[in-house]
Design a binder for this molecule. Structure first.
Ligand code: DAH
Length: 339
């Protein structure tokens, strides 16, 4: 019996030594220590051993078992370590290789220009608000003093969803919404997309963007409008910039004006950029018409206000000296990357 145990022990240890993969080790475990294993068989045959020898043999079986188990464990660890090392060798990272460059997107010139305009007005205490692109005729026209049949409606021909709903032609629609919803003091700008049934060319698009401005409070006058837009122009185009207010007509403001800025390219002398005039038109504005205030539930005896509307694309084209509006919509990365 003793000899048999000795043989099993040696045989098992040898098998462990020659095992080359973890699966072989498992075979060894099953063969010698498993339920039907050789060592287990010895234990089972203990009944044939003389009673006085049993403790001795039992102890020897246990010792053999412990030894085989330890050898299995050690061998398994060794194999795992070797496998890990091999894997690490294969996965070696060459830090001197050039990195793969990630393509990072780029802000659109419109976005850059909008953020600049927002920065200027937020700095003056304005809030940025938004309105819907699909708008009631009521807010886009009616409440802005443009009733049915008004010629201004022709100028801003647009896409009708039905008789009462249009794709808004101007962000001025947000003026009416804000005045209706809130009480003065109101100081907001509202950027967004507008739609007109225009043919595409270098300066026109059926869909473009505007930024609306509205201030309503007690004692607001044209002087406040002038001061505000002067600061805006200087911030946007540089401290040398001069502004010129030319009388104009908009149905929802009275008086109304268009604002020109001195050409930031030639300083006003006249160049290709300003078509030789020294001035560049940038926006429309005026004092909010009392009837508009009234229609939006604000008492014109108590409050007054001013409003203005800027074309965002126009600002972007001017600021970045882009001479064709279509470039802004093509989203050619080679173009966009430049700004
Ligand atoms: N909504 C006008 C347009 O699209 C621009 C405009 C003019 C807006 C005068 C204003 C304003 O708020 O006071 O042509």
């Amino acid at each position: 019996m003793k000899e048999k145990l000795q043989n099993i022990r040696e045989e098992a240890l040898k098998a462990i030594q020659t095992a080359d993969v973890p699966e072989r080790l498992n075979d060894v475990r099953v063969k010698f220590l498993g339920k039907k294993g050789e060592l287990t068989a010895v234990l089972k045959s203990m009944k044939d051993v003389a009673a006085e020898d049993r403790p001795k043999i039992g102890q020897m079986v246990n010792e053999a078992r412990a030894e085989i188990e330890a050898a299995l464990e050690e061998s398994k660890k060794k194999m795992e370590r070797a496998i890990r090392e091999e894997k690490m060798k294969q996965e070696v990272i060459d830090v001197t290789l050039p990195a793969k460059k990630n393509m990072v997107g780029h802000r659109h010139p419109n976005t850059i220009a909008l953020e600049e305009v927002e920065r200027i007005f937020v700095g003056m205490g304005y809030e940025v608000v938004e309105g819907p692109e699909v708008e009631y005729d009521l807010y886009n026209f009616e409440k802005l003093n443009i009733p049915d049949g008004h010629p201004a409606k022709d100028e801003q021909d647009t896409f009708y969803v039905n008789k009462d709903i249009v794709l808004r032609t101007q962000t001025s629609s947000v003026q009416a919404r804000i005045m209706e919803q809130s009480r003065p003091p109101i100081r907001v700008i509202s950027p967004g997309r507008v739609f007109r049934s225009d043919e595409v060319d270098a300066t026109h698009s059926p869909s473009f963007h505007q930024i609306e401005g509205l201030v309503v409070d007690k004692n607001i006058s044209f002087a406040d409008l002038k001061g505000t837009l002067e600061v805006f122009a200087k911030e946007l185009f540089g401290p040398e910039t001069k502004t010129k207010f030319r009388p104009h007509h908009f149905p929802f403001t009275e008086p109304s004006a268009e604002v020109d800025v001195s050409c930031f390219k030639c300083g006003g002398k006249g160049c290709r950029f300003c078509k030789g005039t020294g001035w560049i038109e940038i926006l429309g504005c005026g004092v909010v018409h009392p009837h508009v205030l009234e229609m939006c539930g604000i008492d014109p005896e108590e409050y007054s206000g001013f409003a203005f509307g800027v074309g965002l694309e126009r600002i972007a084209l001017l600021k970045y000296e882009i001479d064709d509006m279509r470039l802004l919509y093509e989203n050619d990365i080679r173009f966009l990357k430049q700004f």
